[in-house]
Design a protein around this ligand. Sequence first.
Ligand code: UDX
Length: 440
Amino acid sequence: MNIAIVGSGYVGLVTGVCLAQIGHKITCVDVDQEKIKKLKLGKVPIYEPGLEELLKKNLKNKRLSFTTSIREATRKSTAIFIAVGTPSKKSGDADLTYVENVARQIAVNMDDYKLIIEKSTVPAETGKRVARTIKMNLPKKFKKTTLEFDVASNPEFLREGSAISDFMNPDRVVVGVESKKAEKLFREIYKPLKPHMVVTNINSAELIKHASNSFLATKISFMNSISQICDKLGADVLKVAEGMGHDKRIGRAFLNAGVGYGGSCFPKDVDAFVRISEKSGYDFGLLREVRKVNEEQKASFVRLIEDKLWIVKNKVIGVLGLAFKPDTDDMRSAPSIDIINALQQEGAKIKAYDPVAMPNAKKIFKKITYGKDPYDTAKGCDCLLLLTEWDEFKKLNFKKIGSAMKQAVLFDGRNLYHDKGLEDLGFEYHGIGRGVGISS
Ligand code: UDX
C-alpha cells in the first residue's frame, strides 16, 4: 500500500522504515530540511540499533522515500500516519499544536479517500477533533460533494533500543476505527506481521496507550516503594521481585527497583493521563503518587550518597551511564540529570562516562568532565555511581576500577553488581533496596 508518515522523529522513522521492510511503499515527511537531506543519504539522526541498516536497504530497493512536502506525500498515499511530537505543556497537558497543523495540511491537499491515523500519543477525543479539523479544511470543491475519509488511532508501543524488533514482533497491534473500511485497511497494512489485532473505537485505542504506559510506570514505582521498605526492614528487593514475579498474574517484567524511570514516554504520559482524568472529572490519585515515588527515588539515592560520603563538597564522583536506559543516546528525563544536579549543588565534582549519550549529555550538563572509558572515569574518584545498566558495564574489571579510585565506594543505582562479590574485592557496595539504607 502507498503510505505516508508525517513526522520523521523516533516513532515516525521506525514506523516508516519497518512498514517499508514488510513490503509497503512509504513516503516519510518532515519539516526539517537538514534531517530529510541526511535521511535521503541513509543517515539516521538518532541511535537505534538496526535502524540505519534497514533504512539503507529500503532506500536502495526504492520502497522508502523522504520529502518535506506534505502535499506530495498526501497525494501519493491511501493511509497517512501522523507521528509528530506532542510535547508536555507546563500544566502536564499534551500540546497538540503540531497534530492540528498536520491535520489541516493533509486536508487542504486531499483529492480522494484517505485513512488518517494518529500514531503520536494523544489524549482521548483527539480523533474527533482531527476529523473535525479535516472536514473544515477540505478543498472548496469538496464543500458541497463529500470527500470520504476516515480518522483512526494506532498507538505505538515501541521501546527505545529495541524498537525494530518491537515493531516486527508486536505483542499486539491496537487499532481504533469507526468504519469497516478503515479496519480492512489496517488488516492489510499489518498482514505480513500476523499480529494479534485489538480492534476497538478511537477513544478506547487512545486510552489503551496511556493506560499501558501508566500501568508500567506504576509497576516500577510500586517496586521502588518496596525497595524503600526493604532497606528499612533488612529485606532484599531482588528476592522479593523474584518471589512476586513467578506469580503469572504479576509477572517478573518491570519489577526492577532502581533510580526511577525516565525517557520521553513515561514521565510525559503519566502527566498527561493525570490531566486527562482530571478534566474528565476523575482524580487519578494513584498516578499522582506514582509520579511522586519516582521523584522521591532519585532524591533518596542522593541522600544515601550524602550519608555515606559525609562531606560531598569537593569530592570527585564518577558516574557510569547517563542515558535514561541502555541502548539509547536519549537523555530526556534521564534520572542522571536530577541526581547529578543535586550532587553538584552540594559542591561535588562530577566525572562521567556513557557509551553513546555523551554528545547529548554535553548539551545538558555544565561543569562536568568526561572519562574516555569506565577505568579513566574511576581514576581518583571518591565514589562511583552506576546509573544506566549498559552491557559494557557488566563486564568491568573491578580490581582495576578499585585500584584507580581514591576510595573504592560504589553506589549501584540499578542493582547491576548485586552478585559480583564487590565487598570481597575491597569495595564498600551500596545497592537499591538490599536491606541496608541510610544509617539512622
Ligand atoms: C516505553 C514503553 O515501554 C513503550 O511501550 C512506550 O510506547 C514508550 O515508552 P521506553 O521509554 O523506550 O518505552 O523505555 P522502557 O524500556 O519502557 O523503560 C522506561 C524507563 O523505566 C527506563 O528509565 C527504565 O530504566 C525504567 N525501568 C524499566 C525501571 O526502572 N525498572 C524496570 O523494571 C523497567
